[in-house]
Design a protein around this ligand. Sequence first.
Ligand code: HEM
Length: 150
Amino acid sequence: MITGFLHMHSGLRWVALVLLVLTVVRSVSGWRGNTPFSEGQRKLGLFTMITLHIQLLVGLMVYMTRGWIGMLKAEGTMSNSYTRFFAVEHGSLMVLAIVLGTLGYSLSKRAADDATKHRKQAMYFGLALVLILAAIPWPFRQGFEQVGWF
Ligand code: HEM
């Protein structure tokens, strides 16, 4: 069950990344090309936001079931880059990214004209994408840790 959550969390990252890239690419091209904001584009933003929210819930399950919450109080957690990353940095940055993604959907939905709808989606989902790419524990991170970059 616990490993199931971790596998789901790991796999869902690809769905979130593909949807984020599609949303950003399509909204930037709509913004620059001054094209109408279609119902399909609104739904794409909606599905992206829903996927991020599911990832948040699964992430919280992983955080609680794999003992990371307890690590917050443990001695030495903050001085070790690996434990600090999963106990504090990863979750906080991802929550911020998910808030940005949620704003991207709702502000775009409320915007008065099509250009602003595209622009809000492009900016907020774009920022969320950058944060998520930076906060994912990619395998090369370990190499960076060894040379003291993290
Ligand atoms: C879009 C948001 C997120 C993405 C793309 C993401 C992605 C990932 C990935 C790829 C891993 C590595 C999985 C593996 O080792 O196979 C991971 C691990 C982890 N994530 Fe997230 N995550 C997100 C949000 C969150 C949130 C909001 C939390 C909760 C606070 C969280 C908590 C964790 C924890 C605790 C681990 C370490 C699991 C372990 O090895 O014990 N994640 N995440």
